[in-house]
Unconditional design. Structure first.
Length: 92
């Protein structure tokens, strides 16, 4: 098992997950972080979140997040899906 993934893998994983989610309106990838705009109409959630995958300089799948709507669950769910995909890549 590797210690971290490279930036190109990170970008590919993030784009794959975010493009497959109809609630994601827009996103920007900056270094080891992702700013994402979400509009989950079924849950009446609309927020912007920052998902930070910088784990002491490496990308390991661990993440923290901050969001404009403290009650929104979708940002954490998206972060967890990205994290799972990263961990699968690290195991391969």
């Amino acid at each position: 098992m590797r210690n971290g993934i490279i930036q190109e893998e990170f970008v590919s994983i993030v784009e794959t997950v975010l493009r497959s989610d109809p609630d994601v309106q827009d996103y920007t990838i900056k270094d080891k972080g992702v700013c994402v705009s979400i509009c989950a109409s079924m849950r009446r959630e609309k927020c912007t979140a920052f998902l930070d995958f910088d784990d002491r300089g490496a990308i390991t799948g661990r993440f923290s997040h901050a969001q404009t709507d403290a009650n929104a669950q979708k940002p954490k769910e998206i972060g967890a899906r990205i994290s799972d995909a990263m961990r699968d890549t690290l195991r391969a």
